[in-house]
Design a protein around this ligand. Sequence first.
Ligand SMILES: Nc1ncnc2c1ncn2[C@@H]1O[C@H](COP(=O)(O)OP(=O)(O)OP(=O)(O)O)[C@@H](O)[C@H]1O
Ligand SMILES: [Mg+2]
Length: 275
Amino acid sequence: MGPDYGRCINQGRVNEPGTPAAWLPGDLFHKHWEIIGLTHAKDPAFVRFQGIEKRFGDLVAVQPMDLDIPEGSFVTLLGPSGCGKTTLLRMLAGLEPPTRGDIFIKGKRINDTPIHKRNLGMIFQNYALFPHKTIFDNVGFGLKYRDVSKTVMKEKVEKALETVRLPGVGNRMPSQLSGGQQQRIALARAIVIEPDVLLMDEPLSALDENLREDMRREIDNLQMELGVTTIFVTHDQREALSMSDKVVVMKDGYIQHIAGVMRCISGWIRSTADY
Ligand SMILES: Nc1ncnc2c1ncn2[C@@H]1O[C@H](COP(=O)(O)OP(=O)(O)OP(=O)(O)O)[C@@H](O)[C@H]1O
Ligand SMILES: [Mg+2]
């Protein structure tokens, strides 16, 4: 049995599930999904958008759509400025109420669940560290509202800093780190809570090209290592192809196409990138 690539309904028209990228034979594509464990054991609708729509007055930012995100996958929303990527992410995060439709995580409807109870890790374009808090307090911030003892918090923060390869910087202030290091701290802050879903909205756009390339690799590797379901937003096609299992192409608030990407091909695209 092949994987569920997700479904999409655009402007009343039901699209067939997204097809594998043209250069991949179907069998090989399915095999890849099996190898990375996305076909059988895991939930193909770990995150489910069902008939989700967002209007701002007369403007339809997200047209009614259905989208399933499989557990453990790395899904990228790709599309031009204004196509609704951030709005879709903000609805999942609980920062924007949908006009219509439902959102489910692990089968539970979360429309009315407050932000801090959704167990999501979020990273946005401007890494938004608290400038007057130490790195330790920045990373530990999300744990403060959970029932976590000081000892456990210390362990978890240190482990998160190790994961992003910045151990021992807990006492520093954000201004004492480089842009790339600050972005890694933002990543540590997002993963320290062991989120069900990691949301990243153009997290690399503030970095220069070389640093972006390093961070792409790190995010890609880290996601594979942690196996955390990840939704990544970008308008950069190469970025989307270089780090995803599945690319959701959006246009004017609807899903134009969903394509599977083979992760090892992603790595190859990255390694042959000629910046
Ligand atoms: N709070 C708001 N009030 C009114 N309109 C909004 C609001 N937020 C977003 N929009 C509009 O909704 C549409 C989708 O915006 P969104 O931010 O989701 O786009 P995007 O795909 O993330 O674009 P970008 O790549 O530029 O970040 C745009 O036309 C935008 O102007
Ligand atoms: Mg945006």
